[in-house]
Design a protein around this ligand. Sequence first.
Ligand code: AMP
Ligand code: MG
Length: 339
Amino acid sequence: MFDTKILGTDEDSIAYAAKLLSQGEVVGMPTETVYGLAANAFDEAAVRKIFAAKGRPADNPLIVHISDISQLEGLVDRIPPLAVKCAEKFWAGPLTMIMPKSEKIPMVTSGGLDTVGIRMPSHKVARALISACGFPIAAPSANLSGSPSPTTAQHVLNDMHGRIPAIIDGGACGVGVESTVISFEGEDGIRLLRPGFISAEDLMEITPNVLIDKGVLEKLGENVKVRSPGMKYKHYAPKADVTIIDSSLEAFREYVKTHADNDTTLMVFTDSDCEGLDIPHICYGANDEEQAKELFDVLRELDIIGAKKVYARCPNKDGVGLAVYNRLLRAAGFQVVKL
Ligand code: AMP
Ligand code: MG
């Protein structure tokens, strides 16, 4: 058991966190997407501590974070030409690229795969920490496996208290959903494995050949080969039974009028969605970006208020909205009512 410390973002705190990491410990770290649970990507024992702290299945690979493009070469066997273009356009930023891994990346880090996901975060504190360490940092989201990803240091503390020695508090994350994950196919193809702030439309500026993987919007069957292991696990789910209502505002109101009972909470965009409805509600944002930023906090809030049955308005399914929809779908266990 650790007495988990909350650290600031000053130089001394970052140096202290870097020291813990170089000693093989695990530290909570802010990034622009969500908080990460950081360890030395080369240190098998340290990486195992991440899996243990989260209760994460061993076949769910970790993303490796770098602070400078020069670090990429040693970590992968081959850099596809499209990856160079994507790095130029989207790094530093919320894009993870899957590439064939080099021998330097231990199998524990890659979840047993011969590929590795690499990302260069834009968050100043994350970059400073990686630079101070001098080694790449493996970091999944800093939540207990299955719960919503953390977007504040308090969320991390709620899940990781006693399990890790320290968390750097860098305030609320700007993006709020995890990075976009892509792989490369053939000379000219990008496969979108997990939508994020870098949207499919953004990627189409690199190549028109962007394929959205089936796992983004569909629940995959037991025997289907999953290209992005994290997408097969139950995730983000609050205790409440969540149903997405895919409809106009008018149809949403009609639906909840007839289906809501004393146990119902509504998850809506803004207060005005609920005008004339006498049902408790919680707002998660008026546009795609706000919804991305608020979603995980709202899912955690539903547990805090003890919500039992939730009807949620459906996010957009393009741009950043696709990332919100992808996470909410999992929170809802794929329950959607289309009107
Ligand atoms: P997290 O860091 O918790 O957001 O999870 C990272 C997710 O990225 C994993 O659950 C996978 O879905 C995906 N990922 C990471 N590395 C790979 C890889 N080598 N191949 C495919 N997907 C990956
Ligand atoms: Mg995660």
